[in-house]
Design a protein around this ligand. Structure first.
Ligand SMILES: Cc1cc2ncn([C@H]3O[C@H](COP(=O)(O)O)[C@@H](O)[C@H]3O)c2cc1C
Ligand SMILES: O=C(O)c1cccnc1
Length: 341
């Protein structure tokens, strides 16, 4: 299918968000009932128990399983990268796409060890979107088409999806989107990304301020995404929306993927209930975004890579949680004494 055929205008996307299903309460209750029977002290698997409940609630399976997990990496280029806001050049984007294909990136190793599929989606990786300090990144048709393209990552029976991205300059774009959505100052949203020096940080802050100023107070989340976002952020926002409708749990990675999630959150504060936040990135403002949305990340490993690496690590824990839930013996099966028996 061509992008033009799959393109949705923003009104259609708003309607999709309005039709979001809630949690599957029956599946959730079934998991809680089984959890209570398993041979361990009640609650002793901590957040692993919550993970089993979360997969059940959002996949609609009383015996939650993940058999086809995928890391979807959206790769693109940003005009803003030419303004000295990243420690690396945009040529890295295509080189990393080739590295993903050759199996040489960090994400390849984490996917292999956790038996997770990996697909890279090329969002015109050699054609940067205009610098958001000066021009809108996308027009509506393009932004909606890119969101629709992101939705296609669920094709082929994917039953859990991890968000990943590659796009030099995208921590600047993510900071601009988050500031426009949630307020605050550029200094509060900007961090060192790939490792910019102090002067780079000042340039980044100025770029975020200029991009947000261009919006003249625009608060519509899709307009913010279109005007000062980027293609990978649009595709990931689309994927989060499609996953909710198709009952596929989503694992959000770090700062950049959280900016995509924040667009959906701003449209519907319950719209991320099917998303697990994998880790707190070392990118300073990530924790701030999580706090605003009331999310508690699973891991804190000091990582600041992107590519979906944190999400893929969390996916390994999800698999472990589900294996424990589904394969442990019950007190009755194993003849183990229950509490105070
Ligand atoms: C070799 C390399 C591999 C990467 N993999 C992810 N990123 C990460 O760094 C970029 C964002 O940081 P900034 O906003 O500072 O450019 C994104 O491409 C992100 O995915 C990488 C960056 C580099 C250099
Ligand atoms: O947390 C992230 O997503 C991140 C941080 C630094 C560079 N790229 C991505």
């Amino acid at each position: 299918m061509s992008l033009a055929e799959t393109a949705l205008p923003f009104t259609d996307i708003r309607n999709l968000v309005k039709s979001f299903p809630g949690a599957d309460e029956a599946a959730l209750a079934a998991v809680r009932a089984r959890e209570a029977q398993l041979t361990k002290p009640a609650g002793s698997l901590g957040r692993l128990e919550e993970i089993s409940e979360w997969v059940a609630a959002w996949s609609g399976n009383a015996r939650p399983k993940v058999t086809r997990p995928l890391v979807a990496i959206f790769a693109t280029a940003h005009g803003i990268a030419d303004k000295g806001v990243s420690a690396y050049p945009s040529s890295v984007n295509r080189q990393m796409v080739e590295n993903f294909a050759a199996g040489g990136a960090a994400i390849n190793q984490i996917c292999r060890i956790n038996d997770i599929g990996l697909k890279v989606f090329d969002l015109a990786v050699d054609i940067p979107t205009p610098a958001i300090t000066e021009e809108d990144a996308m027009d509506e048709a393009n932004c909606a088409a890119t969101m629709a393209y992101g939705m296609e990552a669920l094709a082929g029976g994917i039953d859990m999806v991890c968000l990943g991205e590659m796009g030099i300059g995208n921590t600047t774009v993510a900071a601009a989107v988050l500031m426009a959505l949630f307020g605050g100052t550029a200094a509060e949203w900007v961090g060192r990304g790939t490792g910019v020096d102090d002067q780079g940080l000042v340039r980044k802050q100025a770029a975020v301020e200029a991009a947000v100023a261009r919006l003249n107070g625009e608060k519509d989340p899709l307009e913010i995404l279109r005007r000062i976002g980027g293609r990978e952020i649009a595709a990931m926002a689309g994927l989060i929306i499609a996953a909710r409708l198709q009952r596929v749990p989503v694992i959000v990675d770090g700062f950049v993927t959280t900016a995509a999630a924040a667009v959906v959150y701003a449209m519907d504060p319950a719209g991320l209930d099917h998303c697990l936040f994998a880790h707190v990135s070392a990118e300073a403002a990530h924790e701030r975004a999580l706090q605003i949305m009331g999310k508690t990340a699973l891991l804190n490993l000091g990582m600041r890579l992107g590519e979906g690496t944190g999400a893929a690590l969390a996916a390994g824990l999800v698999k472990a949680a589900l294996e424990a839930h589904n394969s442990m013996a019950t007190f009755a099966d194993a003849g183990v004494s229950g509490k105070d028996a």
